[in-house]
Ligand binder design. Structure first.
Ligand SMILES: [Zn+2]
Length: 179
């Protein structure tokens, strides 16, 4: 037996764990003699080796005080299953962006991946001005190189197609700004 570990941004770590755990809980029947830990390990191997599973909803919860939510406090929020995260990131996760940030996409943020505008592997940090929700489809398009994304001003997303055409999405207004 061997052990494998990875150091990931907290939000991705929680999302990866939740997905593996959800798939493991669905795997096997009542007569499955494997422990939940064994099933999680089997699911991890299956995913890495390319086995395709059906869609499983993965929910990541962020909890914070009302003053933090309103921007009146810098007390940290809590990423469930991980621990404290900076107030700024907690507010982003819950309030700043409510949908996928690809132009015209209305997929709710809770159903999206968290994408690093500048990829984490290239030194992109998990900060409010470098982390936004992208639905799985648009996340894959970005990583396939069909579109490039920059964020010259936090919340202003500049999408550039392979032919050089650009779309810009602006920060989404808070609900009380829409009335
Ligand atoms: Zn999308």
């Amino acid at each position: 037996m061997g052990e494998l570990s990875a150091v990931l941004p907290a939000d991705r770590m929680v999302a990866v764990y939740r997905r593996i755990d959800a798939l493991a809980r669905d795997a096997g029947g009542a007569d499955d003699g494997r422990s939940i830990g064994e099933r999680r390990a089997d699911v991890l191997v299956d995913l890495v080796m390319g086995k395709r599973y059906g869609t499983t909803d993965t929910e990541v919860s962020v909890v914070m005080s009302l003053p933090t939510f309103m921007g009146l406090s810098t007390a940290p929020g809590e990423l469930e299953g991980y621990g404290p995260i900076p107030a700024e990131l907690a507010r982003f996760a819950c309030a700043r962006v409510r949908t996928c940030v690809f132009p015209g996409c209305s997929r709710p943020a809770r159903d999206c991946d968290l994408d690093h505008t500048k990829p984490y592997a290239d030194g992109g940090e998990t900060r409010v001005d470098n982390t936004d929700p992208l639905c799985r489809h648009h996340h894959r398009l970005k990583h396939a190189g069909s579109w490039t994304l920059s964020q010259p001003v936090p919340g202003h997303h500049v999408w550039t197609s392979q032919t050089g055409y650009q779309f810009v999405t602006e920060p989404q207004p808070y609900l009380d700004e829409q009335v």
